[in-house]
Write a protein that binds this ligand. Structure first.
Ligand code: ADP
Ligand code: MG
Length: 608
């Protein structure tokens, strides 16, 4: 039962807020390397222990921190990068919120050694659980080095969400790669467990850096793309249509030097390649978009991964035109893949852009305080829209919040999955099991979806929903119709652990999400639910809408196909399957498992 209202202790509020910035070791690596780059380092050294889960070291030869300012660096909202509101419109550094160091120090032990050129001695400062434990003079070269250890030791729930060391290490390397591509002139040295892994010497040639970070094969498949229009400049490299990948992971887009994973920009890239590469194939691209800082709001996402544009339509058009010019797309060549009879006219292209912009508006809301607060000098000529190319659906892999026990226990009881031997994964999607009588294949996504669905159903039919409160509730702006629909559905959403409330005007606030989903996904969850509810579902009475909702939630929370699972993860999945569901299909009706009996195998091998 809640008691009196009381202000939370600062240790607690810091730890709460830290969850926004520090999701996993890779977020720490990103923040520390960004600080090194902001400090003008020419060289950055990174060492990871236990995939970054045990210890992360980042050392740079940047300007260092003057001794007197060292304790401030760990204070919340303390930054050397902006000082007044207007500075938000001219950000040239990665950091500016002064949140990273205090957040990291509130969930880990941080030892920082730093010296600025003006001082003869360095300072060693140890901060743990948000408290400065030690601060003393020490000999040190100019620059800064940080050792972060005991990561999440005080936040066991976060540790539980971490994947295998190898997966976390991969995410750390991804974070470094993104920054290395943004700053080719900086030398990066990366080691793992003290052993050198990467040496990326500084260069003024982006294509050389691409070769060293993304591989020579990819680099040789790229062509240069560049164009400047109406105050926006787009530059970089994009792959020839003959080179494609099975996912969008090789699309690197930077806005004013900052890596972003922005749906609108990715959509524009896919539009440019539509019809010249096969469906469900993706290009590679490293593109840098430079805009007047007042035309882009970077302060809209905790990890600054998404941005908002003052002129989204023009940016979209610029990307499409530049890429198509670079890869030599003409209306004639745009048809050699796909169905030639479906020639699209300009009208279809416009419809596609409108669809992308509509989605962009749904997720950004109508209010654009950032842009209305600061008028731009002149807009210049409007950018010319590119020639038509057909639509694509860009599906991005999303992190799944799948909490699993660290170690696999012995399977208990006979029958069920517990009595099967796990043999391995096929295509990172299908789990292979066998026993003396049969071969069993399980679709990991369908299986996990079924489990989550059953659990949710149990809860909505009596049990209390397991949800996690968002410590910083997420405000989502929506068109009135969508808003009304969600407000109306609020009781069934709450039963499933998703708490939403009207927030005045065109907004609603998400206060809690089901416990198996990451709070960072709250906004996307709302948008997905809206797109999953078809017109007919919306007209159903409240109780009948529940089914669709549970399906959306289960699908979103379930581990995706094409993800490597550890043996421990498979073990946990099996135990849950045994405990929760004998159902042989996922909620959408696809099979969870296929069983081939020995008899069946004998037939196939023509022994019978
Ligand atoms: P932000 O980067 O948003 O300013 P941080 O918490 O990451 O906030 O860092 C706080 C301040 O500490 C920075 O503004 C900067 O002055 C200083 N700082 C942090 N890391 C470094 C570094 N590697 N070299 C020099 N100064 C640093
Ligand atoms: Mg920073």
């Amino acid at each position: 039962m809640p008691k009196q209202i009381a202000i939370l202790s600062s240790t607690l509020t810091h730890r709460i807020a830290a969850g926004e910035v520090v999701e996993r070791p890779a977020s720490i690596v990103k923040e520390l390397v960004e600080n090194a780059l902001d400090a003008g380092a020419g060289e950055v050294y990174i060492n990871l222990e236990g995939g970054g889960c045990e210890e992360i070291r980042v050392a740079d030869n940047g300007v260092g921190i003057p001794a007197a300012e060292v304790p401030l660096a760990f204070a919340r909202y303390a930054t050397s990068k902006i000082s007044q509101f207007e500075d938000l419109y001219g950000i040239h550094s990665f950091g500016f919120r002064g949140e990273a160091l205090p957040s990291i120090a509130s969930i880990a032990r941080v030892e920082m050694v730093t010296r600025s050129a003006a001082e003869t001695a360095g300072i060693c400062c140890v901060v743990e659980a948000g408290e400065v434990r030690e601060c003393r003079e020490t000999g040190a070269p100019v620059g800064t080095s940080l050792i972060v250890s005991r990561i999440f030791s005080e936040v066991p729930v976060r540790r539980k969400f971490l994947k295998s060391d190898l997966a976390e290490q991969g995410a750390c390397i991804d974070a470094i790669t993104r920054l290395a591509l943004a700053c080719p002139e900086v030398t990066f040295r990366v080691s793992v467990g003290g052993k050198p892994l990467l040496h990326i010497p500084g260069t003024d040639d982006l294509s050389e850096r691409i070769g060293l970070t993304l591989g020579r094969d990819l680099a040789s498949a790229l062509v240069k793309a560049a164009e400047e229009k109406a105050g926006a400049k787009l530059e970089g490299f994009v792959s020839r249509p003959t080179f494609t990948r099975s996912n969008a992971s090789q699309i690197y887009i930077y806005v004013n030097g900052r890596f972003v994973k922005d749906h609108l920009l990715n959509h524009a890239v896919m539009t440019a390649y539509r019809r010249i590469i096969a469906p469900r194939r993706y290009p590679a691209a490293v593109l840098a978009l430079e805009l007047a800082p007042a035309d882009v709001d970077v302060n809209v996402h905790p990890a600054k991964l998404e941005v908002r544009f003052r002129y989204p339509r023009e940016i979209y058009g610029l990307i499409v035109t530049v890429i198509q010019a670079a890869v030599g797309v003409t209306p004639e060549s745009a048809d050699h893949v796909g169905e030639p009879e479906v020639r699209e006219g300009r009208g279809d292209y416009v419809a596609r852009v409108e669809e992308a912009l509509k989605r962009y508006r749904i997720s950004t809301g109508t209010e654009k305080l950032f842009f209305t607060g600061y008028p731009r000098a002149s807009r210049g000529e409007a950018l010319v829209l590119a020639e038509p190319s057909p639509p694509s659906s860009l599906t991005e892999p999303l992190a799944t919040g799948w909490a699993l026990p660290e170690k696999e226990k012995k399977s208990e009881g006979e029958g069920g999955y517990g009595s099967l031997r796990y043999l391995g994964q096929v295509a990172d999607t299908y789990l292979v099991f066998a026993d003396a009588t049969a071969l069993v294949l399980v679709d990991q996504h369908a299986a996990h979806e079924r489990i989550l669905y059953e659990k949710l159903k149990d809860r909505t039919e009596g049990g209390a929903p397991q949800s996690q409160r968002l410590l910083l509730p997420e405000v989502v702006s929506l068109p009135p119709r969508e808003l009304a629909f969600l407000a109306d559905s609020a009781p069934i959403l709450a039963e499933a652990g998703l708490e939403v409330e009207p927030f005045g005007g065109d907004s609603l606030v998400v206060k809690a999400v089901p416990s198996f989903l990451s709070p960072a996904e709250a906004r996307q969850l709302i948008l997905d639910i809206l797109s999953d509810y078809g017109e007919t579902d919306r007209r159903l009475p409240l109780t009948d809408r529940r089914e669709r909702l549970l399906m959306s939630l289960a699908c979103r929370g379930a581990v995706k196909a094409k993800r490597e699972l550890s043996v421990a993860e498979v073990g946990a999945l099996c135990r849950e399957l045994d405990a929760f569901s004998q159902e042989v299909t996922c909620p959408h009706g696809r099979p969870v498992r296929l069983t081939f009996s020995v008899v069946e195998l004998e037939k196939r091998f023509q022994r019978r």
